[in-house]
Design a binder for this molecule. Structure first.
Ligand code: THU
Length: 160
């Protein structure tokens, strides 16, 4: 038997104002995207904004469906758009914010497991880490320096 231990860490900022201007602006785009979420079933709105190395910002939000599994998270809506429209650009950063119509979201809300797997694909494809910033509606903002920091023991193309 051998044991593998993986260490992950996040930086946590007390508010968005503690972060550099370009991150605040990216998060602001995520907030605007969040306001346009289509989430009548969960009443939970998520917005994501991605910075590309060509200077463009791509946003997305969660899109729900009466057939629940047919819906898609904000992060994948945004990253698949970036992948389809800007296949040769690298994603440098991603900002995510979530709010709820039924409860206060004042803690950083990380991307779900399926979104982590989807983001991982692009991090590997571009051979460059993606910084991920996430928050609720208000309060602290967490920063992960890469996707793999959020997803240890990855499943990737090497195993196929
Ligand atoms: N959701 C996201 O958009 N991103 C996540 O990382 C987690 C969950 C959405 C999916 C669904 O529309 C709602 O939030 C509740 O799960």
């Amino acid at each position: 038997m051998r044991k593998i231990t993986v260490e992950s860490s996040l930086e946590v900022y007390s508010s968005l104002q503690e972060l550099p201007n370009d991150i605040q602006m990216l998060m602001q785009q995520a907030i605007e995207a969040r306001a346009k979420a289509y989430s009548p079933y969960s009443n939970f709105q998520v917005g994501a904004a991605l910075s590309l190395d060509n200077g463009k910002i791509i946003t997305g939000n969660n899109q729900e469906n009466a057939s629940y599994p047919s819906g898609l998270c904000a992060e994948r809506t945004a990253i698949y758009y970036a992948g389809s429209q800007h296949p040769n650009s690298k994603i440098t950063r991603m900002a995510i914010t979530a709010s709820s119509k039924t409860k206060v979201t004042d803690k950083p809300i990380p991307p779900c497991g399926a979104c982590r797997q989807a983001i991982l694909e692009y991090e590997i494809k571009q051979k460059q880490p993606i910084e991920i910033y996430f928050m609720g509606k208000v309060g602290e903002v967490a920063k992960s320096s890469s996707l793999t920091n959020l997803l240890p023991f990855i499943f990737d193309k090497e195993v196929l």
